[in-house]
Design a protein around this ligand. Structure first.
Ligand SMILES: Cc1cc2nc3c(=O)[nH]c(=O)nc-3n(C[C@H](O)[C@H](O)[C@H](O)COP(=O)(O)OP(=O)(O)OC[C@H]3O[C@@H](n4cnc5c(N)ncnc54)[C@H](O)[C@@H]3O)c2cc1C
Length: 292
């Protein structure tokens, strides 16, 4: 099912993002998490592509396996990093022949050791070009794109970032999934700005419940997401007690979900980092376990 149909169904759509593990044990744990998250009747799963220096290769295999196991829609991420247009097309051909219905079209971050993103010869420089490529030659895919409530770290201004986001939507994106954030106000401001700019596709907030503070601190410093001072202080105070810190993180995420749903978001996208437990706790605490 394509994103446009998924977001046309009643009720908020839950989606869960996994990444390609590096070990066999990692695969087992990731698929076990996927199995458990099915209890929440997700609208789709997504799998990253080369994020944070991870491998690019298995994304389609993982998407195919999730579809085979659960007959649930998937979205395969794809970035412009290191690929020519011909290579991107070969990958998209494969995605099509495997029946993957949706692509998350991204530029990607500069490879490790490089300060700035630079496109390869014969490649693409921005995500809107990838959206254009997909729309023009693979019209059947649903297309997701990334949005940044706290502004993308390379953008010269919020206005320029918004104009670039609009370019991706005008090129044919069906939905925006946001970078993680911990302050709902940042998302609401971003959503209002999008609406004022004439962006009318679903804007789906992306959440990463904090269970491992050092890990999340690393991620947030990479993507320049802000951890609110009060939450930061609570987590700092619990740093000798990881269980207490995880409880704080889960409760914060649950309050975020409550606030976002009350404000009518079309769905919530969880960065589950291949572990289901924190997301399960967040959703179960809100009575969102659909098998219960
Ligand atoms: C939901 C989500 C999932 C992600 N999944 C992955 C993943 O699987 N793998 C991975 O490697 N990374 C992933 N990322 C991270 C993403 O690749 C980085 O944030 C990257 O730095 C920007 O990607 P983008 O697609 O948003 O780029 P773009 O939309 O191309 O934007 C990049 C920068 O260029 C500017 N810009 C955009 N278009 C133009 C233009 N035409 N002219 C001038 N400036 C422009 C933007 O304002 C922005 O500052 C994900 C991000 C999100 C939000």
């Amino acid at each position: 099912m394509r994103l446009s149909s998924i977001f046309n169904t009643a009720g908020p759509v839950l989606s869960f993002e996994v990444y390609p593990p590096r070990t066999e044990a990692g695969y087992q744990s990731m698929y076990a998490s996927v199995d458990r998250l099915m209890a929440f009747r997700p609208g789709f799963f997504s799998c990253t592509y080369g994020a944070g220096g991870s491998t690019q290769g298995p994304t389609l295999d993982i998407c195919t396996e999730i579809m085979r196991r659960h007959q649930v829609p998937v979205m395969a991420h794809l970035t412009c990093v290191g690929s020519t247009v011909a290579e991107l097309e070969a990958w998209l051909d494969q995605a099509r022949s495997r029946g993957v219905p949706n692509i998350m079209a991204l530029r990607g971050d500069p490879p490790q050791g490089q300060e700035q993103f630079s496109k390869v010869e014969g490649g693409l420089g921005y995500a809107n070009e990838l959206v254009e490529l997909i729309r023009s030659r693979y019209s059947n895919f649903g297309i997701g794109v990334g949005g940044y409530p706290e502004v993308h770290q390379e953008a010269p201004s919020p206005e320029a970032d918004l104009a670039n986001l609009k370019r991706k939507v005008d090129a044919g994106a069906d939905a925006i999934v946001t970078q993680l954030f911990y302050e709902n106000g940042d998302f609401f401001r971003f959503r209002d700005q999008c609406h004022r700019a004439g962006i009318n596709v679903p804007i789906v907030p992306g959440l990463l419940p904090i269970v491992n503070f050092p890990q999340v601190r690393r991620i947030t410093s990479l993507c320049k997401a802000r951890i609110p001072a009060e939450l930061h202080a609570q987590l700092e105070a619990s740093k000798e007690n990881p269980e207490a810190a995880a409880t704080i993180g889960v409760e914060h995420a649950a309050r975020q979900v409550e606030g976002l749903l009350a404000a009518g978001v079309p769905g919530i996208h969880f960065y589950v980092l291949n572990q289901s437990e924190a997301t399960r706790q967040v959703l179960s605490s809100l009575g969102m376990d659909k098998t219960a």
